[in-house]
Design a protein around this ligand. Structure first.
Ligand SMILES: [Zn+2]
Ligand SMILES: [Zn+2]
Length: 285
């Protein structure tokens, strides 16, 4: 029992540190990029309303609460692992299996998020828990974890539930696949709350990538409410008829073709790549 207790404390401290680090690095790095390319950001700002100091303060403080809730939720993962319900795969990574695990977890999370989000938008649940996230009418990258305690718990519950299911379907999960899933999650999450369209012109109409959600997609959810419930992909909103009717037009209005010198374009690519690399590395240390 003392061993299990120590395990729980260790995992909680670990999860707390990773979640806090991931949030601060991803939201901080994106805020820095938007500031560093200020002219470009202003030209692509989605709403005319600007977030105020009170918005930043609320988003940051409630994200700190979410980090604590995420840390507490990790107890369930430790208990499930200790009782043999969850299997973490050790040993040499089989890369094709690794890729399947990572992609399957992202696709499953997109489905989980869509339906959980629809549920949170029912009248009772909205007032009880989701209203807090929607106080950010004009979101900033710091809104990524701006949840009520209950919503933070339902968001965090996906990982133990999924890893439990994967322990049955895949004989367990590679920890590195879970780390990369979490890195992708926070990067897409801060991008969705950027307030500035980050995707290139023509994205939504491109048949190869148009199904990947843009910043305008989630921004419309914050400014107008009852549409665009999806997280990473447009699939569920399109299937269920919940995509905002003006989504593509609104995207086109802000996603102006990038007219940058080769040097500036290279700087943006390096900055975006660095963001992903830093977040990934933060997951590993
Ligand atoms: Zn919502
Ligand atoms: Zn949001």
């Amino acid at each position: 029992m003392p061993g299990l207790f120590n395990d729980i404390i260790d995992h909680m401290i670990g999860a707390f540190t990773f979640d806090l680090g991931r949030y601060l690095i991803a939201a901080g790095a994106l805020s820095f990029i938007l500031w560093a390319f200020g002219k470009w950001s202003e030209a692509r700002r989605i709403q005319s309303r600007q977030a105020g100091f009170a918005d930043y303060k609320r988003e940051f403080l409630s994200s700190m609460r979410t980090v604590v809730v995420f840390g507490l939720t990790t107890i369930s993962t430790v208990l499930l692992e200790a009782s043999g319900w969850i299997t973490v795969m050790t040993g040499e990574i089989i890369w094709p299996l690794f890729v399947v695990q990572l992609l399957a977890m992202i696709v499953a999370h997109d489905a989980y998020f869509y339906w959980m989000h629809r549920w949170l938008h029912t009248k009772t649940m909205f007032r009880f828990s989701h209203l807090h996230h929607h106080k950010s009418r004009t979101p900033t990258p710091w809104a990524a974890y701006s949840f009520s305690s209950f919503e933070a718990m339902t968001e965090a519950a996906f990982v133990p539930i999924y890893v439990f299911a994967a322990s049955i379907l895949f004989d367990g999960m590679y920890p590195f696949a879970i780390f990369l899933f979490l890195a992708h999650m926070i990067v897409r999450n801060v991008m969705g709350h950027a307030g500035v369209e980050l995707f290139p012109a023509g994205w939504t109409r491109n048949k190869f990538v148009g199904w990947i959600t843009t910043t305008t997609h989630h921004d419309l959810h914050h400014s107008q409410g009852n549409s665009n419930f999806g997280l990473y992909f447009t699939w569920w909103d399109r299937m269920m008829g919940t995509e905002h009717s003006d989504y593509e037009a609104r995207f086109d209005a802000v996603a102006k073709p990038i007219q940058l010198s080769v040097g500036a374009a290279a700087n943006i690519s390096i900055a975006a790549f660095s963001l992903l690399a830093v977040v990934t590395t933060a997951n590993l240390i």
